[in-house]
Design a binder for this molecule. Structure first.
Ligand code: 5GP
Ligand code: MG
Ligand code: MG
Length: 190
């Protein structure tokens, strides 16, 4: 389990409550995942697909941890729904530049919560006839278990709390924090 520690005010002001996963823990986990992904795709031509914007940090660090040569592409999707709840109705804001027919594709995600966005994405990309389609996510929340999706590689299973940092935002802020942490309740009106 990730260790929980109190964070220095100088690192993030009073907005953050605690660090859930440190930069060192993320680095170690990505190295571990990269070794498994290298083994899976040895001798194959791999395309990794990042889902903007949250997956930017994981894509950048995972890609550099891999020995397998990869090409990278990006998708941006928006999930309709009120507030912080995902509805499963998804709109493509930016599609892939790549034709993935016959390619080995790995979707790289920051976090899976309800899993609705991902399950839509798997259907959408799956219909383009890739040679294979697998998923790697840095974080997964408990609700993801309610959806029948196969996630090959998971970094950390985390509690059902709203987290920010390492690509994840609250109102577009905190994406550049090098660690994953929870917000102080006063930030979101708690
Ligand atoms: P899902 O469709 O799995 O419910 O939602 C996936 C998306 O919701 C993620 O890619 C992310 O943008 C957002 N999300 C879900 N949980 C969190 C969280 O704890 N913190 C942040 N910042 N975004 C989250
Ligand atoms: Mg995401
Ligand atoms: Mg967001």
């Amino acid at each position: 389990r990730p260790k929980v520690m109190r964070v220095d005010a100088k690192d993030m002001g009073a907005d953050l409550q605690q660090v859930l996963i440190t930069k060192e823990e993320i680095d170690a986990k990505l190295a571990e995942l990269a070794a498994k992904i290298d083994a899976e795709y040895a001798g194959k031509d791999l395309l990794i697909v990042g889902v903007l914007k949250g997956a930017v940090m994981v894509m950048a660090d995972l890609a550099r941890a891999l020995s397998t040569p990869v090409t990278m592409d990006w998708m941006a999707v928006s999930s309709y729904g009120a507030g912080t709840q995902s509805s499963g109705v998804v709109r493509i804001l930016k599609d892939l530049d790549t034709d993935i027919k016959g390619r080995h594709v790995l979707i790289v995600e920051d976090i899976i919560d309800s899993g609705l966005t991902l399950s839509w994405l798997i259907n959408n990309l799956g219909s383009r006839e890739p040679a294979s389609l697998k998923v790697c996510t840095l974080l997964r929340k408990p609700d993801a278990a309610k959806v029948a999706i196969d996630v090959e590689w998971v970094g950390f299973d985390i509690p059902n709390e709203f987290v920010v940092g390492y690509g994840l935002d609250y109102a577009e802020k905190y994406r550049n924090l090098p660690f994953v942490g929870t917000l102080a309740p006063h930030v979101y009106g708690g």
